[in-house]
Design a protein around this ligand. Structure first.
Ligand code: ZN
Length: 418
């Protein structure tokens, strides 16, 4: 039986969302949390975008150091040869790519304005794929953008050409959230049966079905005899109505009727107890509150008020809860300072900074060797605060103190000189 793996695209689809974004340090923290959860792969950014170069290189360095392991870091770009060439010029150490091109008649006609036909699309994809492999890419996923509005016949032709030219996976994109669980099941199964590659499903929530479509697609892929890769984002943040939410997908795969029995299983163990932490961090970093009724991590996900429910859950939580809050890392009290507060940041000095770092307790506590080291870390903290424009969280401060050289690279921003 095939297995289910998670490819999180928060650092690509999430950050390209209108009105939202993350600093490079925040993107790095997302990768660290994804790694701690056991997510298979992070689509960690845009290798052809100049301001991503330092961030991408720094995260590849973290992978080499063993800090971001075993998470696989993969970059997204258009399936055109120029993008692949630019990618390896700007980020020579990158080894995992996803190449994306539109496959629907709507987009081929509507974007290329009559200059391309289906065979041109396959030709562009194959050229880009071969360029990626020639540059030493270890894995290359090929994405059919707007796959749900593409004929199955052309999707199969596209997927088979990708396989013949050495693609590792094919991504079926429900770019506009047009599928339902019934249609995506059939399409994904047909792709798995006939393309001969593991298949990814990339689902959007325009009709409120991103998570349902993701697990229906995964079921189709496994029934079709391949491994299934589900694309997620933290808190479902993504273009328009968003993507399939990471925590909700994990809950659906492990707890829902028919999936919990073990026939459709995750391919690697995942630590769900990080769910609360990553959801809270992404909410803070994006500046987007978690809806109170969000699965698992919403404020009301384990709240009971009505007499019958409260009485029932007090007698036995299984009466009204499908899973326990502890499993998601919830339940620890959160301390909020209500008295004097010392903050550190872009205009901060050494004594305030030392105070803030001294407040971090336990194994995490930071002890600077000397005043010079503390001053050096503070300087990086100032820059990180300038880029984030909000107070850094404890994990960001700790990251900078632990990996000052990596932090410096993440904070380096030099616009091109024309
Ligand atoms: Zn998308």
């Amino acid at each position: 039986m095939g297995k289910i793996y998670i490819i999180d695209v928060t650092n690509r689809d999430g950050v390209q969302t209108a009105k939202l974004g993350l600093s490079k340090l925040e993107k790095t923290l997302v990768n660290l949390y994804l790694n701690q959860m056991g997510v298979f792969q992070s689509e960690f950014g845009f290798p052809t975008t100049h301001h991503e170069s330092h961030y991408l290189a720094a995260n590849l360095e973290l992978a080499r150091m063993g800090v971001l392991q075993p998470l696989r870091l993969e970059g997204w770009m258009r399936a055109v040869t120029e993008d692949v060439e630019m990618c390896f010029q700007l980020v020579p150490d990158i080894r995992h790519l996803n190449l994306s091109i539109s496959t629907s008649d709507q987009m081929i006609a509507g974007k290329f304005l009559g200059k391309k036909n289906q065979q041109d699309i396959i030709g562009m994809m194959v050229d880009a794929l071969e360029a990626a492999r020639a540059h030493g890419a270890e894995t290359v996923g090929v994405n059919a953008e707007d796959g749900s509005r593409t004929s199955l016949k052309f999707l199969l032709e596209f997927g088979q050409a990708a396989r013949e030219h050495g693609a590792t996976r094919m991504r079926y994109c429900d770019t506009l959230g047009y599928d339902s669980p019934f249609t995506i099941y059939e399409t994904a199964k047909a792709l798995a049966e006939n393309v001969g590659l593991p298949i990814e499903v990339h689902c959007h929530g325009d009709l409120g079905m991103a998570v349902a479509n993701s697990i229906a697609g995964a079921k189709g892929i496994i029934d079709g005899g391949q491994d299934a890769y589900i694309n997620t984002t933290v808190n479902g943040i993504g273009e328009r109505a968003g993507n399939a939410d990471l925590v909700a997908v994990l809950l659906a795969v492990t707890k829902s009727k028919g999936f919990e029995s073990g026939q459709y299983q995750l391919g690697n163990e995942m630590d769900m107890s990080k769910s609360w932490q990553i959801g809270k961090f992404a909410s803070y970093a994006f500046g987007v509150p978690i809806p109170m009724n969000q699965p698992g991590v919403g404020a009301n996900a384990f709240a009971h008020a009505s007499g019958i429910h409260a009485d029932g859950v007090l007698k036995d939580p299984d009466n009204y809860e499908l899973y326990g809050f502890e499993e998601l890392g919830r339940g620890e009290p959160e301390l909020v300072e209500t008295g004097r507060e010392i903050c550190t940041g872009r205009y901060g000095g050494i004594s305030g900074f030392r105070h803030v770092m001294n407040e971090i307790k336990g194994d995490e506590a930071v002890h600077f060797r000397d005043a010079e080291e503390a001053e050096r870390v503070l300087e990086l903290v100032r820059y990180a605060n300038v880029l984030a424009q909000k107070p850094l969280v404890e994990d960001e401060l700790l990251f900078i103190a632990r990996y000052p050289d990596i932090a410096r690279e993440l904070l380096t921003m030099t616009p091109l000189d024309y």
